[in-house]
Design a protein around this ligand. Sequence first.
Ligand code: ATP
Ligand code: MG
Length: 308
Amino acid sequence: MINPKLLKQFIVEPGTEVDLKRYPTDWMESDEAKELGKGVIKERAAQVLEENRKELDATQELLYASDSYSVLLIFQAMDAAGKDGTIRHVMSGVNPQGCQVFSFKKPSTEELDHNFLWRYMKSLPERGRIGIFNRSYYEDVLVVKVHPEWLGPGQPAKPDKSFWEKRYEDINNFEKHLTRNGTIVLKFFLHLSKDEQKKRFLERLTNPAKHWKFSEADLAEREHWKEYQKAFEDAFTATSTKRAPWHIIPADRKYIARAMVADIIVSAIRDLGLEYPKTSPQKVKALAAARARLEKKPTPAKPDEPHL
Ligand code: ATP
Ligand code: MG
């Protein structure tokens, strides 16, 4: 387990005016990390991820058996920050029947014909399950804030400040509704530096096995880096709440991001103090009867009646 005190610095305290420059993208360069030593950290990160993967599987079973909560994990980031890889690594030990990943792309015409939260509501996890949103309703205050022309029909061409404030408010109300009805909401921003994004794009261009990951649209969005950072800051400032906090995870090193995310998820579920349902006296009786029935010696077969 990672020291909770260490992780605390990555949670956005409600009411904080977020300045992303104050959050590290490479935690290895922090004084704390230098003190611990890079080699030690790399090894520990692998251990933490492995321990948490196992624990997450057990915890998910308990979540299902106790049938009282669901968990919603939200991932947002700039391109190539490692959302897919983090989701794959962290969830790799979990029973696939207990979790579901939804990736949200550009909305369809049908989706644009509904209110902006509609498509996400339809994909919420059932009680007992973990739901993962790879991009989410936060896109509706991020990408479209940078490109208001993508807002779709019936929306203002030049949305003003109050338009976005209403969306933040809708999101906060939506999350309030979720959390007080048994959904644990954890939000992760994989915080990547512009330099590291460039390295990863170049790797996609150079390595034939990674060519498929490259999209020219990603380069176009990179040009809007500053506007995106500002949109993220505004969104985190407005929507990090006690009940649904934002975590700004340093993502320049994948193994650090994965270990931190896994640890935060496991700790949050563990904090629920879930227990397997108690067996009722009637059930104990029924189980004993079933056992007796199973263990009963079969009655020897009667010799065949002579055929007439
Ligand atoms: P990867 O590139 O790793 O496969 P991705 O999540 O970037 O994963 P893409 O298909 O490349 O997937 O991109 C999805 C695009 O859809 C993103 O550019 C995102 O901003 C956009 N998108 C998602 N939600 C919305 C939305 N509500 N309105 C407009 N665009 C959206
Ligand atoms: Mg993409």
